[in-house]
Design a protein around this ligand. Structure first.
Ligand code: B12
Length: 497
């Protein structure tokens, strides 16, 4: 029953997903059914009877709290015949390796959200190599791509990690990699093609080489206008914004991103899309918004502030709101090496102007309850409900960031489209390390947000931003030439979080 009916059925579900005939939430509902059916069968099955295709130790890396991706991989592998040991999030490399050795893992699976935390992956491969442990490693996550895995494969410039390092763009690619790893001829072929491609990648420029394309000694200001007047903030310093409800957030949510990206409706067209909206997404959204209000699993909080500031070369100098000539923080931004040679600092009045400018900083979160709700549903096998819940909580966080930005424009008395909001980790301000400075300025702990070792925010449905009032502000990338380096450079989302 398992091998001739259920597993082939799940394979068919995977194929339909791959062909764009079935969206992720419905794949997850199939996995829920599979889980219940297998639970029935297991009462008759002796575990030893080879009822597993292989063992995978799965983890979200140290410093990273993003687990929806990992959970999807766990769900797809578990319900396609693999035994998964899911170690959770923020997992140190030593614990992952110890578990993999203990359970004689067929493979290790690592997940991360950000470039900063993804750096744990090549470190883990080096440690495995160093300890002489030969277990294939699969990696995935929003901020990496195949080239990243190619680099992680080479533990020394001319030494590759023998069992292989494999990038998977989604859970089903992870499944097909596993299905090849467990068949020795297939595994050898996979390793060979991966090595071949990796050797080619080694000669390509890395992300860092692009970021470092921005020459820090190039500090000559761009042609960006120096404003005569700057807005007066409603107050100097930091406050918690409290005069809003979830009902105020919903209108600021980007429905297209929610339905297409966070709820997996990408690629559905025409009548089928209309039907999905009318029969599924709209009624579900209404139901979940009501449930969030009644059961309190979305707890939005905001810290924001206005600081006197000036630019100096590529630096944004932030002064003490109480003593406006006293410098308290300084953030250096990369300058485009070509084209308009833009740099975020240029949007502020230079020190020499003799006047202080104003910068707004904000951090918004949906709180840890959203994550607990998502984890509870995942643990109970309600995979699709967990996915929808994570999606709505993420979209609400983005909506809240937009609400705060809109309110700030009103308070500054500038047009509703004036200025721009930038989040660290995106091209025009790539340094996630700045989150530590922003935390000092905004005291994020006071609304339950911490910055992890990987410069990520915990709870995960949190975003921070620098808001620039300059009417000419625009989003820009540092890239000099085309071609994709080995990690995200161009913004995926239309605008910064
Ligand atoms: C949703 C989202 C958010 C949400 C939620 C984030 C969260 N923690 O869940 C919010 C709005 C809160 C957010 C915030 C931020 N974000 Co954001 N975010 C995204 C977005 C749009 C989608 C990520 C996502 O959830 N995808 C859906 C899940 C299911 O996919 P996934 O995790 O990638 O997993 C799948 C595959 O990758 C693969 N996979 C993943 N892991 C593994 C492991 C194995 C073994 C295998 C086989 C497969 C596999 O399979 C999974 C299932 O198919 C991405 C861009 C993008 N389109 O990917 C940017 C992105 C990740 N964010 C980015 C940034 C910068 C941020 C912020 C730092 C911005 C800021 N300064 O505030 C914050 C940080 C948040 C924090 N907690 O620290 C950047 C990261 C770039 C970088 N420099 O590292 C990205 C890449 C956008 C960009 N273009 O630059 N973000």
């Amino acid at each position: 029953m398992l091998n001739n009916v259920l597993l082939p059925a799940m394979k068919e579900v995977g194929d339909k997903f791959g062909a764009g005939e079935l969206i992720l939430p419905f794949v997850l509902q199939s996995a829920e059914t599979m889980k219940k059916a297998v639970a029935q069968l297991e009462t008759y099955l002796e575990k030893a009877e080879g009822s597993t295709k292989g063992t995978v130790v799965l983890a979200t890396v140290y410093g990273d709290v993003h687990d929806i991706g990992k959970n999807l991989v766990n769900t797809i592998l578990t319900n396609n015949g693999y035994t998964v040991h899911d170690l959770g999030k923020q997992v140190p490399i030593s614990r992952i390796i110890d578990k993999a050795v203990e359970v004689n893992a067929t493979a290790i699976g690592l997940s991360a959200l950000l470039v900063s935390t993804s750096k744990q992956m090549p470190l883990a491969v080096k440690e495995l190599h160093h300890q002489g442990i030969a277990i294939p490693v699969m990696i995935g996550g929003a901020a990496i791509n195949p080239a990243y895995a190619h680099r992680a494969l080479f533990v020394e410039p001319d030494t590759s990690y023998e069992p292989g390092v494999f990038y998977a763009k989604d859970a089903f690619e992870g499944l097909s990699i596993m299905d090849r790893i467990v068949v020795s001829e297939e595994r050898a072929a996979l390793l060979e093609t991966t090595l071949e491609r990796a050797r080619k990648t080694l000669n390509k420029p890395t992300r860092d080489s692009f970021l470092n394309a921005a020459d820090p000694s190039d500090t000559k200001r761009s042609e960006t206008r120096i404003l005569d007047e700057v807005p007066t903030p409603p107050f100097w310093g930091v406050r918690e914004m409290t005069d809003f409800t979830l009902d105020d957030i919903w209108p600021h949510m980007d429905m297209k991103t929610l339905f297409r990206l966070h709820w997996g409706g990408k690629g559905v067209k025409g009548e089928e899309w209309e039907a999905l909206l009318q029969n599924e997404f709209y009624p579900r959204l209404k139901r979940m918004q009501e449930s969030a209000k009644e059961n309190g699993w979305l707890q939005p909080r905001v810290r924001y502030g206005y600081f006197p500031c000036n630019s100096e070369n590529n630096d944004l100098i932030i002064y003490d709101p109480e003593d406006q000539d006293r410098e308290i923080e300084r953030m250096t931004y990369p300058r485009q090496p070509a084209r308009e040679r833009l740099c975020l600092a240029d949007y502020f009045l230079p020190v020499g102007s003799g006047k202080k400018d104003v910068v707004q900083l904000q951090v918004v979160t949906m709180g840890s309850v959203a994550t607990e709700q998502t984890d509870r549903l995942q643990a109970a096998g309600d995979y699709s409900e967990s996915y929808f819940t994570h999606g709505l909580s993420v979209s609400a966080a983005e909506g809240l960031a937009e609400l705060v930005h809109q309110r700030s424009r009103e308070m500054l008395g500038i047009g509703e489209d004036a200025g721009k909001r930038y989040s660290w980790g995106y091209p025009s301000c790539p340094d996630l390390e700045h989150h530590v400075i922003v935390n000092r300025l905004l005291d994020m702990e006071s609304i339950g947000v911490e910055v992890t070792q990987g410069y990520q925010f915990n709870p995960e449905q949190t975003t921070a931003a620098i808001v620039i009032h300059h009417p000419d502000a625009k989003y820009f990338a540092l890239l000099r030439t085309g071609g994709t380096p080995d990690a995200i450079q161009e913004p995926v989302a239309a605008a910064d979080d």
